[in-house]
Design a protein around this ligand. Structure first.
Ligand code: HEM
Length: 300
């Protein structure tokens, strides 16, 4: 039995930090995996931290050759639409997503993690996330309305038993800066046309514009994913950390292609008000797959 990393499903957390790392070149991939596997989070219940780790698919494959679906690949090339709109590829070697009930414990854990990994990996990107008005992103719209429930989410997000990488998941991590002034200048009606849902109640528009965000990412067309997006940033510079999990990489890839307009030339209207700054895919192995790499000398 392979169990997914529990933090993927830990809802209701107020503080988030995403850390992306690059392996120091003198080290083997295995050394990085062992170092990450040997990290420890605080064990208390209320003051605890959820820690989810993932690896560049090609790096995990090097360490565990049949340890993930063979077609899973990193975000290795910019994704460019027919009009030249581009999503940059900023793939790194490993990711850690820390989440908890308050920022202090998440911050302390993040500092320890960066310190512990320092000899094997450099910190390439760090982003802090926080909830905005309960369940809204910084467009002001509810984010996650069409997410599967926690009963359904494991089926959507976790690779089934018996398949390569069982208990694992594919994560797309993409930081999107919002063009807040231009977005705020739109009327609520125009914003609703962009998203494809009403702003107050998050009811899907009928009909919804072809270039609306929910039409470009329609899960009935592309397959289901499990999103754990959070707002990030400060007054001048903020947006959405897109955090999407899937048992199968294809829905994630096809949604991005659809957003840039590859299938039919229709670009997602949301991309006119938001700009992807990063883009990386990570394989998030099962807890059992990670545990095999815990250094034997480490206390449990
Ligand atoms: C700036 C970045 C983004 C923002 C602010 C954003 C926001 C939203 C909002 C407000 C909704 C409607 C409510 C809901 O069902 O959650 C939505 C739906 C959705 N978004 Fe995004 N999103 C962003 C990027 C992405 C990306 C990059 C993907 C895919 C790779 C994606 C996939 C989806 C999916 C699958 C849905 C549900 C579609 C359906 O109705 O089946 N989103 N998003």
């Amino acid at each position: 039995m392979n169990t997914p990393q529990s933090g993927i499903f830990a809802l209701g957390t107020f503080a988030h930090i995403y850390l992306e790392f690059d392996r120091r070149s003198r080290h083997h991939a295995r050394t990085l995996v062992r170092a990450v596997a040997s990290l420890r989070e605080p064990r208390t219940t209320l003051g605890g931290v959820n820690m989810v780790c993932g690896f560049r698919p090609e790096l995990w494959k090097e360490v565990v050759p049949h340890g993930l679906p063979p077609e899973v690949a990193g975000f290795n090339r910019d994704l460019v639409g027919p009009d030249g709109y581009a999503m940059p590829a900023t793939q790194h070697d490993a990711v850690l997503w820390l989440s908890g009930g308050s920022y202090d414990v998440v911050f302390d854990t993040a500092r320890q993690v960066v310190h512990s990994l320092d000899s094997v990996a450099t910190l390439a990107d760090e982003t802090s996330g926080w909830p905005y008005h309960h369940d809204r992103d910084l467009t002001g719209f509810v984010d996650g309305s069409e997410n599967p429930t926690l009963l359904e989410a494991p089926t959507v997000a976790v690779i089934r038993e018996g398949a390569p990488g069982a208990g694992g998941s594919v994560l797309l991590l993409q930081k999107w800066k919002h063009e807040a002034a231009r977005w705020d200048a739109l009327s609520v009606h125009s914003q609703e046309q962009v998203i494809g849902r009403t702003k107050a109640e998050s009811i899907e528009l009928d009909p919804r514009p072809e270039d609306s965000h929910v039409a470009r990412t329609d899960q009935d067309v592309f397959g289901n994913i499990f999103r754990r997006n959070v707002p990030y940033g400060n007054v001048e510079d903020h947006g959405t950390m897109f955090v999407g999990f899937s048992a199968d990489q294809r829905p994630l890839v096809r949604m991005l292609e659809s957003m840039v307009g590859i299938p039919n030339g229709v670009r997602d209207a949301l991309t006119r008000y938001t700009k992807p700054l990063t883009g990386a895919y990570y394989f998030v192995p099962s807890t059992e797959a990670i545990r095999r790499f815990v250094k034997e000398s480490d206390p449990d």
